[in-house]
Write a protein that binds this ligand. Structure first.
Ligand SMILES: [Zn+2]
Length: 144
C-alpha cells in the first residue's frame, strides 16, 4: 500500500516547497464569480506540447447574448489569456491575477478546485502540476 502511494505522488516534495499564498484574495474571488456568471464554452482546444502547453479557444457571449467573441487561454507554466482585461494587466505588470476566462478553464474545464488547487491562483505554476492538470485532471464533459 505504501509503495503504491509513493508511486502516485512523486512530486509531493516539490509541491510542498512552492511559496503558495495561504489564502485566496478578494480580487481572485471577484474574478471567479465573474467566470461563473459569464456565458462561455470551449470552442476548441489544441495541444501545443503534450502535458506542457494547451490552448483553449473559448466562445464568450456578452451579457445580452447578442455578440460572441473568441478568447484564447493558454495553459502553461505562466497561464495567459488574450482578453483585454488580462492583456491590460500584463502591460501594468499585474499578471498575478487570473482573468475570468483563465479561471473558467481551470475550474469548469480542467476540474480544478477553488480552495484545494491553490496553484490556479498563482501566476507561475510548477511544471509537474501543469503536466498533471493537462494530462490527468478529470475534464468536464461538454454540456449541451
Ligand atoms: Zn481572459
Amino acid at each position: 500500500m505504501s509503495n503504491v502511494a509513493m508511486l502516485t505522488t512523486p512530486h509531493e516534495e516539490v509541491r510542498d516547497r512552492l511559496p503558495y499564498r495561504p489564502g485566496i484574495s478578494k480580487l481572485a474571488y471577484a474574478e471567479i464569480t465573474k467566470a461563473l456568471l459569464m456565458s462561455m464554452e470551449v470552442h476548441e482546444s489544441v495541444v501545443h506540447k503534450q502535458g506542457v502547453e494547451e490552448k483553449f479557444r473559448l466562445k464568450v457571449w456578452n451579457t445580452d447574448k447578442m455578440n460572441v467573441e473568441f478568447v484564447d487561454v493558454l495553459i502553461q507554466k505562466h497561464p495567459t489569456c488574450s482578453c483585454k482585461e488580462f492583456q491590460d494587466r500584463l502591460i501594468a505588470g499585474k499578471r498575478y491575477l487570473a482573468c475570468p476566462q483563465i479561471y473558467y478553464v481551470f475550474l469548469m474545464v480542467l476540474g480544478q478546485d477553488v480552495n484545494n488547487s491553490m496553484h490556479i491562483h498563482q501566476d507561475k505554476i510548477a511544471a509537474n502540476i501543469v503536466h498533471d492538470m493537462l494530462t490527468q485532471a478529470k475534464r468536464a464533459s461538454k454540456s449541451t
